[in-house]
Write a protein that binds this ligand. Structure first.
Ligand code: 5CA
Length: 436
């Protein structure tokens, strides 16, 4: 992408309304713009990151045989009256009516809707278990929307739902999803800590939040230090290990509400870590809470009726954009993990008015394109200082810098955004490093 034709309205000044670093950087890098309180437009650079995160989440859901669907944002109030949540949900729910005066709502979550779909489609125990998910915008009229897209009113969520014949099956689905979450966050370059949690308006009797460490996080973390150190993903592909891994987390390492008191300190002693974190996922097991009210019943092997056992599993996809920035930045800007970066490499032409320099840059850009490497080419008529600052701000993991001197020497400068390390290489060598 040539920056001269792109839409990337970066800001030099720090916007006064932004209290935390990710919000400041997202505004400055031209990733988002506020539309109204807690509601944002995604500009090209921000949207690209959002889509990349979505794709990692999607691949990991598909990998555990969870099937993608897409449910609407607008739901019928009657469905929520059946579950009893229409009145319970309170002012957080955005209620609307259509031209016939029918009560509708903008979905804050989809338990009712997916349960209705299951109930209308699956009749036999043979077609269970099922895991279904979608990635869709939600609306919650939060009392205090803040920190940009981190606590928005409109936000993108991956929500999955499991249907099983009995509690044991439901626990297995829960475990599968639990471990899949650990993998998802790792691929996103994050270390997420699972913690036993309250179930809130979703309901149920087992729940974990997934938190990443950040000083600006809204949640408190109290856990065993091995939560941070251990490599939890070893051996997780074997199904038989799922239960063990979840059990270890739940019983030994992960904090519970009561572990936040002095009992925790006694139990964990010097192994106790307390910190702040951002909730990037939340999973629930709630048994037959929705299936019993919405008729999600299948016929068992002996003709008996089985009310299915359910769980739901959320990931804050748009919140993750901010969470990743909170975890990956320095005082010059964002440092994207390779898996979500909007472009792999930034190409900087230091002398737009020098034909040799521009030719060398155009050649490099063609080489990158031909190799299938996504590059953002700063071909603008701007000072070198502005280009350096913008490139560091938007945080692409690699930079290739070409000026008159490098053209003369037949090299390019190749910079690692994270470490700041700068090496001189031939164009071909730089290309090979990026391919590897
Ligand atoms: N139905 C369940 C699971 S699918 C559910 O709605 N869970 S939740 O309420 O915990 O939301 C799931 C995830 O969405 C949270 O872990 C969080 O990462 C994200 N999320 C929740 N509220 C917001 C918000 N206001 N802004 C941005 N992300 C949010």
């Amino acid at each position: 992408m040539r920056l001269s034709t792109y839409f990337m309205p970066t800001l030099k000044e720090t916007p006064a309304e932004a209290q935390i670093v990710s919000h400041r950087l997202m505004l400055r890098a031209g990733m988002i713009r506020q539309s109204s309180a807690g509601i944002y437009s995604w500009l090209p650079l921000g949207l690209k990151v959002l889509k990349n995160i979505e794709q990692v989440v999607r691949e990991e859901q598909n990998a555990i045989n969870c099937h993608e669907v897409l449910m609407p944002t607008i739901q019928s109030a009657d469905l929520w009256r059946q579950s009893g949540r229409y009145d319970d949900y309170g002012p957080e729910m955005l209620r609307v009516s259509d031209r016939h005066g029918r009560d509708m709502l903008y979905g804050p979550t989809n338990e009712e809707q997916i349960t209705e779909i299951f109930a209308n489609s699956i009749r036999s125990y043979r077609d269970v278990p099922q895991l279904l998910y979608h990635i869709q915008w939600k609306f919650r009229d939060e009392v205090r929307p803040r920190f940009g897209i981190m606590r928005g009113r409109e936000f993108l969520m991956k929500d999955a739902y499991s249907f099983d014949l009995d509690k044991e099956g439901a626990q297995n689905s829960y475990n599968k999803m639990f471990v899949s979450y650990l993998k998802t966050y790792e691929r996103l370059g994050l270390k997420a800590i699972p913690m036993a949690a309250d179930t809130g308006p979703i309901g149920g009797d087992m729940s974990h939040e997934f938190l990443i460490l950040a000083e600006t996080g809204e949640s408190e973390i109290a856990c065993h230090n091995e939560c941070l150190n251990n490599n939890w993903l070893k051996d997780v592909d074997a199904d038989s290990n799922l239960g063990k891994i979840v059990h270890t987390f739940t019983e030994k390492y992960a904090a519970t509400d009561e572990m936040r008191d002095e009992k925790t300190e006694r139990a964990l002693g010097s192994n106790l870590i307390t910190a702040r974190g951002i909730e990037v996922g939340h999973i629930f097991y709630f048994g037959t809470k929705y299936s019993s009210k919405l008729g999600a019943v299948v016929t068992g092997p002996n003709g008996e009726e089985i009310t299915v056992e359910m769980g739901s599993y959320g990931i804050g996809v748009s919140r993750l954009v901010g969470a990743i920035i909170e975890a990956c930045h320095d005082d010059r800007g964002i440092i994207w993990p390779e898996t979500v970066t909007p472009y792999k490499v930034g190409l900087i032409n230091l002398r737009h008015d020098d034909d040799n320099c521009t030719n060398a840059c155009d050649n490099m850009y063609s080489l990158l394109k031909d190799a299938g490497i996504e590059a953002l080419y700063d071909d603008r008529d701007k000072k070198a200082g502005v280009k350096f600052a913008d490139m560091d701000l938007i945080g692409l993991p690699w930079q290739i810098i070409i000026g008159p001197k490098s053209v003369k020497d037949g090299i390019v400068e190749f910079k690692n955004r994270k470490t700041g390390e700068l090496v001189e290489l031939s164009a071909a060598a730089a290309l090979n490093l990026l391919k590897g």
